[in-house]
Design a protein around this ligand. Sequence first.
Ligand code: GDP
Length: 485
Amino acid sequence: MTDSETSRDGNTVPRTPPDAFFPEESGDGAKESTIAAIATAPGEAGIAIVRLSGPKAGALALAQFTPFSGTKETISPRTFRLGVFQDGTGQPLDQVLFVLFAAPRSYTGEEVAELHCHGGTLAAKLVLAELFTLGARPAEPGEFTRRAFLNGRIDLAQAEAVLSVIRARSDAALRAGVRTLQGRFSSRLRPLHDSILRLSGLLEASLDFPEEELPECTNEGVLRELSALSEALSRIYERSRQGNLLREGVRVALVGRPNVGKSSLLNAFLQESRAIVTAVPGTTRDIIEEVLTHKGVPLRLLDTAGIRTPEGPVEALGIDRANRAFEEADIRLWVVDGSEPLTREDEELASRLAPRPHLVAINKADLPLRTGPEEIRTLLWESTIVVLSAERGEGIEELKDALVRLWGNDASDDEAHNVSSRQVEELRLALDALSAAKGALSSGLGQDAAATAIAEARGCLERILGLSWDDALLDTIFSRFCIGK
Ligand code: GDP
């Protein structure tokens, strides 16, 4: 097969894609197409990396590459070679570094080649276009990582951790992401999965052969095991929930009557903080969201439009959203105007706050206080209360500390698992299923019902680890990745 052909007038004519660079190592992967994408962020930068993966990765990348020293044939894996990359007409596109990872010792487990171009958008784009002409296929979002999972290089929890490392907005989230990437989360979860598997097997055997009377399979024995499993799993769940908050940010909804100073407080927060990460445009017209990081914890502050009785259809819509923010927030920050007495509206709000994680900020402390901590305690006797003045910027630091503390003292806890919301939800479902199994056994529903619930728990863990999956699940996970990852 020829490498490439160019017509005399310089136009590219259809070229036959080259053979694999290391044909003997391509193995089964030959069935897969070779994908290519720019792996670095767009824009001016030092370098831009074009990455290829698949049986022809090396051959395609080398087709138009001429090393400055030696020949292509002398290139060995994992060694950078400087050279020039040309288009189909022989025009140099860029001076690039070429490196090859032979299968299976690569990110994806397939043959992987990288062309390190100069940063900026054009060179890498033209190199990529040339690779497409040669027969590479544009990679889908997350397809490199998806292939790494499918080829058994990483499990699904690790694949998702790649995203949490990329997206980390705080030191703590990053550390937790890297730990998950290194397999810490999976290695905690796998023994629990094994125990559930064993328990399932035992129960099923005892149901199939009731006359055998397996000694470990008494209701008491199974209950004991289930309790131990639940306990271990809920520890992982708690750490994952915390890690997930580190990743997604703690959603703090500012609630309270109009004019108590919610917007002023938000401004005070942001003015004081030198650590503003991003200003996320509100998802709705009525809710402003700002993100700041305090002590390594991203706090997502939601200024709700005010939760009260609507006075018109437009306001009703805003209040609807405010109510949703109130329900979905991790912490509700109730702002009270300390210069005024409490009202009926405040009492109603307090009763809604009582059962949910919340914190009380008594604002306008620069004025004579008519509502202090004692008055708040008559409504919410257990709450954390911070007295402050948004206008003077007093008490803001204390409030931020209180928010971080309320969320969990372990912000920098080196045990937090940075996992996705999907994984947290699967863990929660697994815990529910285990308690359903316990319920079935202790209420006399029997081992049959328990076995079904235990199988459910097993399914949850398998979907987290990627021991069982379908294309739809993978599509959901990897569509959140960027192209080139
Ligand atoms: P929101 O409707 O809850 O968002 O309240 P705003 O932030 O718009 O504030 C309502 C009014 O209270 C404005 O006139 C602010 O200047 C005033 N205000 C806010 N915080 C303070 C404070 O700490 N002290 C005093 N004296 N006035 C404040």
